[in-house]
Structure formats: structure tokens, C-alpha cells
Design a protein around this ligand. Structure first.
Ligand code: NDP
Length: 490
């Protein structure tokens, strides 16, 4: 025995291995007690308010405006005036400068925004810090580059801005969805009225400060907060020329009905029930990481989450075993702790929905597995969950759960994998894990999904278009394609 081995032999064995907590400092964020609506470059005192909370602790964070129809109309009027009085006519290279400025300010203030995003939304700080913020800034950089090159993006088509864009975003990626919406709209020369989700308004409100810092002309971007009624008011406003919506399929359908026959442009980015398909020649450990990232990233509050795992029958057992083992290492808890992998569920309403669907899975006959983990007493939490023995007809295999819940199914042949993957009303994304390039291409051709990831999952880039088929909506965001809905092309 060496000296080192003797020492190790005598060292007390810890009873439990845990990570020491590593909380991100919260005091980088200064919250106001009360926020108004950002209209025409000014703060409009709201007539009605509600309280926005931290889903991890249920602690109230601030009072936020619940926009009335009159307040929405004021925002639309400010956007119209800014459109007509300069913004649509300024040199495109000038528009680009504002976008570059916004991108750089977001980078400079990224820690502040990341903490706020985790505080108000419940997502782990390592995700808001390493994904939401860098991608939000990248979106503004990317579209800044297009602003003065629209003629090259759409040759011989005389691209012109549409006018006022009404934009409604969800709570799963509050700042990133704002960036996906605002950056292409401004690059194309439009003005904007945007409504963040009721539960996550704070990063959009802090973004107004960025707009002021960037000296964006008043009225080019207006932000009104409130619940679904505020969104509905934006949709039906006569002063809005184009509506961009990300959220549930149900609300998306209602918006489409409302706009039918009005001539307003519309893009819808709706739900999904993506298949993540693992072939028996895939690198299994990497695939298991891809499965984890596919469904537990952002608590599964991801429209393109890989919520249906399709495993080739011959490797079913090792995959499930590795997956369960990996699940026990996921750290669930304080979103502001840098070690946290799975944060809080965004709202009580969403938690109820997850619980109801999970109960239906157990009732219908699927087998549930949850790793042992201690959930905080306050706040909204749900343990990472896996269902095996899932039939295609079960609700957990058909409906979007939008939570950290995975349903595992099996297949034998590539044809069967395609058939099962496409057996859903949705068509947003899919994942394929195999070492054969030819099989990846064969699968990608047949999967009815807007995005197909190969040997990876949940990868985003501003230059890559994103959007769905069928009930996942229409229109694309990102890339050159993402400019098109904001332009009249003749
Ligand atoms: P919603 O579709 O209701 O919310 C998306 C946005 O639309 C929010 O800003 C919301 O406001 C607003 N909104 C709600 N009703 C209307 C309306 N009638 N007209 C215009 N805008 C409206 O999604 P939920 O937050 O209710 O989530 C429900 C389910 O939707 C989730 O469980 C999930 O399955 C799915 N979902 C999918 C998303 C995606 O990225 N594809 C994102 C979010 C949810 P408010 O916040 O006040 O409700």
C-alpha cells in the first residue's frame, strides 16, 4: 500500500455526495415595484395591474400592467406613427446600426437578464446564461446583417415592410422569443407592438431599458403586458398589419379564425410532440445525453422537445437502463443555483396540466419511473419522469405535456419508425440517432417535421429557419426565411 492509499483508506466516507450550492447573485437585478406599458418610448401608467411572481418560491416580484383595449390601441397608434414618420424610410444601414447596438447591449447586460429570466420564469440559470441570452443577442446580430441586404435576400422582388406587427409570445423562452420576433421585424423596416406572456413579463420590460439605451426612435417598439385578453386585443386591432404568434395550438387556431378574410399576414408557431429516434447503431451514451437534453432542457417547456422517444427494439433495455441511471444524476431545484439541471415549473396552471396528463398515463397502463429526488416545498415542481409501456393511443403519446415527462415507444424497422414518428397531429421537430449518414438523409426526407436534428437535439442558430407542419403552425422564424413574413414582395 502506498502512502496515498493508506491516507485514502483512513478518510471518512461521506454519507451522501451532493454539490455545494452555488447560487448566482440576485442583486444584479433591480426590480421596480410597479411597471407600466412601454408606449411611444414612454412608460404609460397602467389602469389595471396584476402581480408577477417567482414560480420557484411563489414570492411576488412586481406589479405589472394588465393592458385595457384603450392601452393596446395607444400602443398600436404609436407604432403606426413611428412607421409612417420615419422608421420605414430611414436608410436600411441606419436600421442595422440600432439592431447591432441592441445586440451589444444585451451582451453587456447578459448576466442581469439571465438572472431575471430565471427569477421570473423558473429556468436554471445555466440555461438562461448559456442559451437564452447568447441566442437572443445572436438573433439581433444576425438580422442586423440583413437589414441593408434585403434586395439580395429577395432579388427582383422589391421588398417593402408590411407596417405594424402585432407579436404575442409565450412564457417558455421570454427574451429569446422576443428576439425571434422583434429582430426580423425591425430589420425589414416594420414597427412592433409586443405582448409577453402573463407569467413572464419582466425580461420584456427590462428590454425597454435596452431600447432607450440604444436610442431607438420612440414608437418603433411598444410593449404592453397582460393576459390573453390583451393578446386578443392586439390580434383584432385594425391598425395591425401582421400578427406573429407563438403558443398553444388552441389559441393559434382561434387567432387564425379571427383573422380569416382580413388580409392581415399571419405566422403561427404552435405546439409539438416530437419523436427522438434512436437506431441500434447509434453511439448510446451520446444518444442518452441527447434524450436528456431533448426532454429535460427547460423543464420540457419546449415546443420542439423530444417528448416521444422511439427506440429500436434490439437496444431497448440498455437505453432504458442508461437513461434511468442518468436521470438519478439530474439536480432539481433552485433555478438560480449554477448546479441546477431542472428548475421550477412555470406556473401553477402548467403544473396542474402536467399532473393531470401524468395521471392519465398511469391510468391508461403505462409504467412510470421517477428518480428519487427531494422537491422544494414552496413553488411549482415536478420530478423528471419517464413512462415505459406506452401505446401510441395513450394521451401521453399524443398530447403536448410541455413538462419534464418522456414517453418511450419502440420500433423494429426504419419504416415503422417513420410511421410512428409521423403519427401525430403536430410536425415541428424530430431527432435521429444513427451512425449512418445515408439513413439520416432517408429519415429526414420522410419525417413530417420542420426541423430534423441528426445525432444532436435542441440546437438553435439564428441563421437556421424554424417552424412547423400541420398543427404545429406555419411560417418560419430564423434565417432568410424569417424575414419573409415581415415583407411585402412584389
Ligand atoms: P397560450 O397559447 O395561451 O399562450 C401564448 C401567448 O398567447 C401568451 O402571451 C398568452 O397570454 C397569449 N394568449 C392567450 N390567449 C390569447 C388569445 N385569445 N388571443 C391572443 N393571445 C392570447 O399558452 P398557455 O400559456 O396557456 O399554455 C398552454 C399550453 O400551450 C401549454 O401547456 C403548452 O402545451 C402550449 N404552449 C406551447 C408553446 C410553444 O412554444 N409552442 C408555448 C407556450 C405554451 P397569457 O400569457 O396571458 O395566457
Amino acid at each position: 500500500m502506498t502512502e496515498l492509499e493508506r491516507k485514502q483508506d483512513r478518510a471518512p466516507v461521506p454519507s451522501e455526495w451532493t454539490y455545494a450550492s452555488a447560487p448566482e447573485a440576485r442583486d444584479i437585478v433591480t426590480l421596480q415595484e410597479r411597471y407600466g406599458h412601454y408606449v411611444g418610448g414612454e412608460w404609460l401608467e397602467p389602469r389595471e395591474t396584476y402581480t408577477t411572481i417567482s414560480p420557484a418560491t411563489e414570492e411576488p416580484l412586481a406589479e405589472v400592467g394588465q393592458a385595457t383595449p384603450e392601452e393596446v390601441q395607444a400602443a398600436v397608434a404609436a407604432a403606426r406613427e413611428a412607421f409612417s414618420n420615419g422608421w420605414s424610410d430611414i436608410a436600411p444601414s441606419e436600421r442595422a446600426k440600432y439592431l447591432f447596438r441592441i445586440a451589444r447591449i444585451l451582451q453587456e447586460r447578459s448576466r442581469e437578464f439571465a438572472v431575471l429570466e430565471s427569477l421570473n420564469g423558473g429556468k436554471p440559470i445555466k440555461e438562461s446564461r448559456d442559451v437564452d441570452l447568447p441566442l437572443s443577442a445572436a438573433h439581433f446580430f444576425y438580422y442586423a446583417g440583413w437589414a441593408d441586404k434585403l434586395e439580395y435576400a429577395f432579388p427582383n422582388q422589391r421588398p417593402r415592410p408590411v407596417g405594424v406587427a402585432g407579436q404575442i409570445i409565450p412564457w417558455n423562452f421570454p427574451l429569446l422569443m422576443l428576439a425571434w420576433k422583434i429582430a426580423p421585424a425591425l430589420a425589414a423596416g416594420n414597427t412592433v407592438v409586443l405582448k409577453p406572456a402573463e407569467t413572464t413579463p419582466l425580461s420584456a420590460l427590462l428590454f425597454c431599458d435596452v431600447l432607450r439605451q440604444a436610442e431607438l426612435p420612440p414608437g418603433v417598439v411598444n410593449i404592453v403586458t397582460g393576459d390573453g385578453r390583451t393578446g386578443a386585443e392586439i390580434v383584432k386591432s385594425e391598425g395591425v398589419d401582421k400578427v406573429a404568434f407563438t403558443g398553444s395550438t388552441e389559441v393559434g387556431k382561434a387567432i387564425q379564425r379571427e383573422l380569416a378574410g382580413t388580409g392581415k399576414k399571419l405566422t403561427l408557431e404552435l405546439g409539438g410532440k416530437a419523436a427522438n429516434i434512436i437506431f441500434d447503431d447509434a453511439a448510446l451514451d451520446q444518444a442518452v445525453e441527447g434524450i436528456i437534453n431533448g426532454i429535460y432542457f427547460n423543464q420540457g417547456h419546449v415546443c420542439c422537445a423530444g417528448s416521444r422517444l422511439l427506440v429500436q427494439e434490439s437496444i431497448y433495455e440498455p437505453v432504458v437502463e442508461k437513461l434511468k441511471r442518468r436521470l438519478t444524476t439530474l439536480r432539481v431545484g433552485d433555478p438560480l443555483d449554477k448546479n441546477t439541471d431542472v428548475g421550477a415549473i412555470n406556473s401553477k396552471q402548467q403544473l396542474d396540466k402536467i399532473q393531470e396528463l401524468v395521471a392519465s398515463g398511469a391510468e391508461e397502463g403505462a409504467e412510470i419511473y421517477q428518480p428519487p429526488c427531494r422537491l422544494p416545498e414552496k413553488g411549482y415542481w415536478f420530478a423528471p419522469t419517464v413512462f415505459t409501456n406506452v401505446a401510441q393511443s395513450y394521451r401521453i403519446a399524443q398530447e403536448e405535456i410541455f413538462g419534464p415527462v418522456l414517453s418511450i415507444l419502440t420500433f423494429r424497422t426504419p419504416e415503422e419508425a417513420v410511421e410512428k414518428a409521423n403519427n401525430t397531429p403536430y410536425g415541428l421537430s424530430a431527432g435521429v440517432w444513427t451512425e449512418k449518414g445515408s439513413r439520416i438523409l432517408w429519415m429526414a426526407e420522410r419525417l413530417r417535421a420542420g426541423v430534423v436534428w441528426a445525432n444532436t437535439y435542441n440546437r438553435f442558430d439564428p441563421s437556421s429557419p424554424f417552424g412547423g407542419y400541420k398543427e404545429s403552425g406555419f411560417g418560419r422564424e430564423g434565417g432568410r426565411h424569417g424575414l419573409e413574413p415581415y415583407l411585402e414582395l412584389t
